[in-house]
Ligand binder design. Structure first.
Ligand SMILES: [Zn+2]
Length: 138
């Protein structure tokens, strides 16, 4: 196996570990926030497209908490290019973004509405709180 394949494999597993990592800090912040607002939810329902981080069955609504870099947010962190192996990472990250869009569309097609909260938005918890409020009250 050529050497770069090994590096790619290592990079791939590092990426997947990050994506799969549950209870990441931003997610915990959102969970606490939504809980404090009096809403009850379930976590990581893997029978729903994209395994949403928070699921509110009564509202038929889900909340994703996304890291800006891995999910290609339009903010500075999300536009940052990976330092090495550009030809590997760029399409990889782009696929993450496209998969996110597909998941939201798939949820919508079965009657669920999704809200995405970005890691960078958590710097202003009050804004996140009002976004959640608007989202759940509709
Ligand atoms: Zn961001």
């Amino acid at each position: 196996m050529p050497r770069f394949d090994k590096l790619d494999a290592a990079g791939r597993s590092a990426l997947m570990a990050t994506i799969r990592k549950k209870n990441s800090k931003p997610e915990v912040v959102v969970r606490k926030l939504v809980h404090a607002m009096g809403y009850r939810f379930r976590l990581h329902r893997n029978d729903l497209p994209g395994t949403p981080d928070l699921v509110l069955p009564r509202h038929r609504k889900v909340i994703f908490v996304h890291g800006c870099f891995w999910h290609r947010h339009k903010c500075a962190a999300g536009r940052k290019t990976p330092g090495k192996n550009l030809s590997y990472w760029t399409p990889k990250l782009e696929r993450n973004r496209q998969r996110d869009q597909k998941n939201v569309a798939a949820l919508k097609s079965v009657g669920w509405t999704a809200l995405t909260i970005w890691e960078c938005e958590l710097r202003q918890p009050r804004l996140v709180e009002s976004a959640v409020k608007r989202f759940l009250q509709v």
